[in-house]
Design a protein around this ligand. Sequence first.
Ligand code: ATP
Length: 575
Amino acid sequence: MKYSKLCELYDNISGTPKRLEKTDILAKFLKELADSDKEALYLLLGEIYADYDEKRIGISNQLVIKAIAKSTGTPNEKVVHEWKVIGDLGKVAEKLVSKKKQSTLSSHSEVTVQKVLENLRKLPDLEGKGTVEKKISLITELLSSASPKEALYIIRTLLSDLRIGIKESTIRDALAKAFFKESKKDAIREIQDAIDKSNDIVEVFEMTKKGKLKDLKKVHLEIGKPIKVMLAQKAKNIKEAFEAVGKPCAIEYKYDGFRMLIHKKGNEVILFTRRLENVTKQFPEVIDYVKKYARGDSFILDSEAVGFNRQTKQYTSFQNISQRIRRKYDIEKLQDELPVEVNVFDILYYNGEALLDKPFKERTELIRKIVKSSPYKIIHAKQIITSDEKKANEFYKQALKDNQEGVMFKNLTAIYQPGKRVGHMLKIKPEGRDLDLVITGAEYGTGKRSGWFSSFILSCKDEKTGKYLEIGKMGTGVKEKSTAQSGIGISFNELTEKLKPLITKESGKTVEIKPKIVVAITYQEIQPSPNYNSGFALRFPRFTALRPDKSPSDANTLDNVKKDFGRQKRNWRYG
Ligand code: ATP
């Protein structure tokens, strides 16, 4: 397929703010999409591979600037200047390519979707000497034969910022519309299930095209391919939790670590986070524990990896071990200093059979059969099965004493629903004043902090529009000095280095930042405020940890903020 056809689609979709119209346009496109062009769907989502694949383009603004400069024969500074004026490198490329085309009188473009994918897919694989030049030449090759419009979308794709307002759910609805005449609701549900299991929009497209709901059910779990995890809703108290999940139910510790999905097939063990990132290399000890203490030819376990202190044997908070998730060097040293214990609480697959539709009681019993509990290595998540509120309360208190976050209530007959926030698994934890928010802006400091960002704009997500809305500015909790030694927390210069490649706009001392980095913060109070577009402001927000295990879509939402504000009003200051 010609890339220009896809660009036309991008334009048509971004041309309407109405979701239904977007769906209609997309449904028409999907109906006509040939099998040989199906990978265009990855590009539509702003990606180059399926969601389950970890490879991301990961190109910085600086490299894109160089590539635009080279392919259009423009000095670097001029590109930077244009960027400052226009604020969108895609539009800058469109303008400069258009100028060049006028001067060379060429308007012809032969860029294909396949060629765009081919070149972009080479980018994440490049390593070592000459990488930057090779990357620039791959981009330049595309830009040199692209039309202005194509250049706009190539650059936006490179920067993972397509700005056309398509989400996975838009494609899901359009697939239902294109290929199912009746029972749209059922179709949407089945398509979503298939997406959550496979994390591959192209595979789901192929199945959906057949037009039969039962074909969609054939999308199976696969060992080695990450799956979206099942998430919990919140309960206010034990009584409410029992009402929601029924009696008796399972109650487990809610461990304060990070989610780890463990896949095993034969002798191979692969570990994933809830963001579908492969962290196998970072946790060699876990591989040993699984091989030694878990029986079965193949399985997928769901668990929480928790840090503990080797001397005192006390559990530590997530903040301590978060650095292990991304760390690529000193793995052994870190493993020694920051050991983790794996707490297994679910099983999704065992010896060739998917267990998603089996009741939780059966799944949890199977864990007890195949995993030999070995404290400070791998254990069954602590669990009681009860109908007794008093016992539940004691268990909850014990969990908090053991430095854990709270408890989970689980319905014993419930199935496992990947990717869903379900009402049959509820969490209870003490009312904290904490939120996971996304950094969407920053301001350069002065004096000894000049050259670094010294304050950071925090945003929550508006679940209705998908936009990030500002809720406060944070500067406290970030350290003055490098944390490379202690490994705990983050310093101003370290956070600045992380954020710089994500700058989308600069004006004076302030910058806008692409929503990518999630941080855990505490605060003293939520107040209504006209100063931020969320309508709320946090008093005294304080940084506590980076959340590399969470993607921006996992951050707290405006709805969460409103609820926390409501509770605070009832419980606290306003009596
Ligand atoms: P929170 O910020 O409160 O941890 P969350 O957004 O991380 O919430 P939730 O689905 O709301 O995720 O809470 C469930 C999380 O708790 C799981 O993602 C998992 O990482 C963790 N967890 C710890 N212990 C358990 C357990 N026994 N069963 C299920 N999840 C557990």
